[in-house]
Design a protein around this ligand. Sequence first.
Ligand SMILES: [Zn+2]
Length: 91
Amino acid sequence: MNYRSDYPNEPIGGGNPYYRCKACKISDPQINGRLEGHSSTCSWRIAQMNKVAVEGKLQQIHDIAEQLKVLCLYDATLEDLVDKILELAQE
Ligand SMILES: [Zn+2]
């Protein structure tokens, strides 16, 4: 996972020079750019993980669509296409 420091943050305050995640209140040095550095209930972390999951699925759908496009060029039947979708979805 890439280094991430784009979460909303706020100064810890009270003489502490560091910032912390606004959602889970864990300090920047503790998080150290890791998604897992946030609390498991951090709303920002959960939103990011959902985003990554959705992007992964979209990429998979995109890849399947590209392969189906090729099959259509060769006059594949609807049955062939369904078989191919099921095959690709299992990868
Ligand atoms: Zn957080």
